[in-house]
Design a protein around this ligand. Structure first.
Ligand code: FES
Length: 158
């Protein structure tokens, strides 16, 4: 399946130069969810760029991720309303509890964090969404309970 996706995307960029790098990476991430080592190597081959250069450019833009989403993908809203109501502290609490930074996935593949712009629920600020379920009016001390409830779901499913 991935082969098919690369073929489809790369056919549009044949003969392209390095100014196509960002849109090309965006398309791959859109289709595959993240940029794997294999993706980066393939893009390097197509655009004739060293992979180190590609990582250098891609990490500059924090829209790219290099790990797949976790089983539970947490979107932390950093829009204005959420910012004013303390979303930075909520994000810090999540990062500390899961021991990852925004854009990363826990080693067990359970949780990933992504910072997003307004998710359209400003009246509930600050808000996070976990696999589409909203958690509203958060304070940092709520995080432990929320993450614990998802960990319990995992245990129940096993
Ligand atoms: S700013 Fe967070 S939902 Fe709008």
């Amino acid at each position: 399946m991935e082969e098919h996706i690369y073929k489809k995307i790369f056919s549009k960029y044949r003969g392209s130069k390095r100014d196509s790098l960002i849109p090309l990476l965006q398309e791959i991430q859109h289709e595959l969810g993240f940029l794997s080592k294999d993706s980066v190597a393939r893009v390097g081959g197509l655009l004739n760029l060293p992979t180190s250069k590609i990582y250098g450019v891609a990490t500059f833009y924090n829209q790219f991720r290099f790990q797949p989403y976790g089983k539970y993908h947490i979107q932390v809203c950093r829009g204005t309303a959420c910012h004013v109501k303390g979303s930075a502290n909520v994000l810090s609490a999540l990062e500390a509890m899961l021991n990852i930074k925004a854009g990363e996935t826990t080693r067990d593949g359970m949780f990933s964090i992504e910072v997003v712009a307004c998710i359209g629920a400003c009246g509930l600020a600050p808000v996070i969404s976990i696999n589409g379920e909203f958690h509203a009016n958060l304070v940092p001390s709520d995080i432990e309970k929320i993450i614990g409830s998802y960990k319990n779901r995992k245990t129940l499913e096993e």
